[in-house]
Design a protein around this ligand. Structure first.
Ligand code: UD1
Length: 337
C-alpha cells in the first residue's frame, strides 16, 4: 500500500518535530516546511537520529505565496499538519501585524494552495487560549470562545473561523486541536524545546534555573483562588500531544470524522499549580529550583484544565505520560544543551 505523504509546516519547531517523529514511526512519508525563524537545522539531525530516516525538508516561508503554490505543484500531498506560526504572547501585543501576517495571511495562502491541488485533510494547531478563563472546569469543547487577550490568541480564534468557513464551501476536512500546556521532550533527548532568549513559559524557565542559567524563577502570583494560591494549568507531555495529531490525521484519512470541521481539547485532564510543578520537578530530578513569589503576570488566567472525554472517545487517544515523566524528559534535554 502506498504510504500517505504528509506535509508538516513548522516541522522543525517544538511540537512539529515531535509530531514528525511519531508520523515516521507510523510509516508516513513526511515533508517538512520550515522557515527556521524560531528553530535550528540541528533539529532535523535530531529527528534523523531518532527515526533512522531523514524526512524531506524544504526551507520555505509561507508568506511567499507563489513559492507555496509551486511547492504544492511539485509534491503530491495527502494531508497537512499546520504548526508554522509565531507564538510569543508578549511580542504579539507589541507587533500585532507581524502576528496577523505570520499566522493568518500564511494560513490563507496554505488553504488556497491546498484547494488548487485538491488536498483535503487539514490539522490545525489551536490552543486552549481560545477559552480565556472558562466559567466551568474542566473545560469542554462546548465552552464558549472568549474575546482573545492578545493578538496571538486572536490568531488562533480567527484561524479556526477561517478554516471552518472554508470547509463549508470546499472539499476540505479539518480538525483543530486545542492544546493545553505542552511541555517535555523526546525521551532520547535528541529533540526538545529551544526557547530563544529568556524563556517566557514556565518549564523552560524552571529547567534553566535548575541548570544555573537563570538565578531565580519568579512565580507569578500566589493570591489566585486555587489550592495553594498559584495558577493552575494542564501540562501535557509533548510526545502524547504529538500522538494526538496522528490519531486526528488517521480519522480524516479514513473518513471517520463526523463533521467537516471538528475541535478537540488535548490535555491530560489534570490541573497542576505552579508550586506543584516546582515540587514535582524537584522530586523527579533530585534537584532544587530557586524561586520567589512575584506579582501576577498581566493577561494570565487563574486555572485551565481539559475535559478530555471527546478526544478519548472520538480520537481513541489518551495521554499516557504523567507530569513527572514530562519534567524528567525536560531536564534530560536541558542537561544536553
Ligand atoms: C502561555 C500563553 C498562551 C499560549 C501558551 C503556549 C500567556 C499569557 N499565555 O500559556 O497563550 O498558548 O503559553 O505554550 O503567555 N509562570 C510563572 N513564572 C514564569 C513563567 C510562567 O509563574 O516565569 C506561570 C504562569 O503565570 C502560568 C504558568 O506558569 O500560571 C504557565 O505559564 P506558561 O508556561 O507561560 O503558559 P500559559 O501562560 O498557560
Amino acid at each position: 500500500m502506498k504510504k500517505n505523504k504528509i506535509l508538516v509546516t513548522g516541522g522543525l519547531g517544538f511540537i512539529g518535530s515531535h509530531t514528525v517523529v511519531e508520523l515516521l514511526k507510523e510509516g508516513y512519508e513526511v515533508v517538512i516546511i520550515d522557515d527556521l525563524s524560531n528553530t535550528r537545522m540541528e533539529v532535523l539531525e535530531g529527528i534523523k537520529a531518532i527515526s533512522g530516516v531523514g524526512p524531506e525538508f524544504v526551507k520555505l516561508d509561507l508568506k511567499e505565496k507563489e513559492k507555496v503554490r509551486a511547492f504544492f505543484k511539485e509534491h503530491s500531498i495527502d494531508g497537512v499538519i499546520h504548526f508554522a506560526a509565531s507564538k510569543a504572547v508578549g511580542e504579539s501585543v507589541e507587533e500585532p501585524l507581524k502576528y496577523y501576517e505570520n499566522n493568518i495571511a500564511t494560513l490563507v495562502y496554505l488553504l488556497q494552495s491546498m484547494a488548487e491541488n485538491k488536498v483535503s485533510n487539514f490539522i490545525f494547531s489551536s490552543s486552549c487560549t481560545v477559552y480565556g478563563q472558562a466559567d466551568e472546569l474542566p473545560i469542554t469543547e462546548n465552552a464558549p470562545v472568549k474575546k482573545a487577550e492578545s493578538p496571538y490568541g486572536n490568531t488562533k480564534q480567527i484561524g479556526e473561523e477561517i478554516i471552518q468557513d472554508t470547509t463549508k464551501v470546499m472539499d476540505l476536512k479539518a480538525i483543530a486541536l486545542r492544546y493545553f500546556n505542552p511541555i517535555g521532550a523526546h525521551e532520547s533527548a535528541h529533540i526538545g524545546e529551544l526557547p530563544l532568549g529568556v524563556p517566557q513559559n514556565l518549564i523552560p524557565f524552571v529547567t534553566q534555573t535548575a541548570a544555573g542559567i537563570r538565578k531565580e524563577l519568579s512565580v507569578f502570583g500566589d493570591d489566585y483562588p486555587t489550592q495553594d494560591g498559584t495558577a493552575v494549568r494542564d501540562y501535557i507531555h509533548v510526545v502524547d500531544l504529538a500522538q494526538a495529531h496522528i490519531c486526528a490525521l488517521q480519522r480524516l484519512l479514513e473518513g471517520k470524522n463526523q463533521a467537516k470541521m471538528e475541535f478537540f481539547n488535548v490535555g491530560t485532564g489534570k490541573g497542576s499549580s505552579v508550586l506543584e510543578v516546582i515540587k514535582a520537578f524537584e522530586e523527579a530530578n533530585g534537584t532544587k529550583v530557586n524561586y520567589k513569589i512575584a506579582d501576577r503576570r498581566e493577561g494570565d488566567i487563574t486555572a485551565a484544565y481539559a475535559d478530555t472525554e471527546l478526544a478519548n472517545k472520538e480520537l481513541g487517544w489518551h495521554a499516557k505520560l504523567g507530569l513527572k515523566d514530562a519534567l524528567s524528559s525536560a531536564w534530560k534535554w536541558q542537561l544536553k544543551q
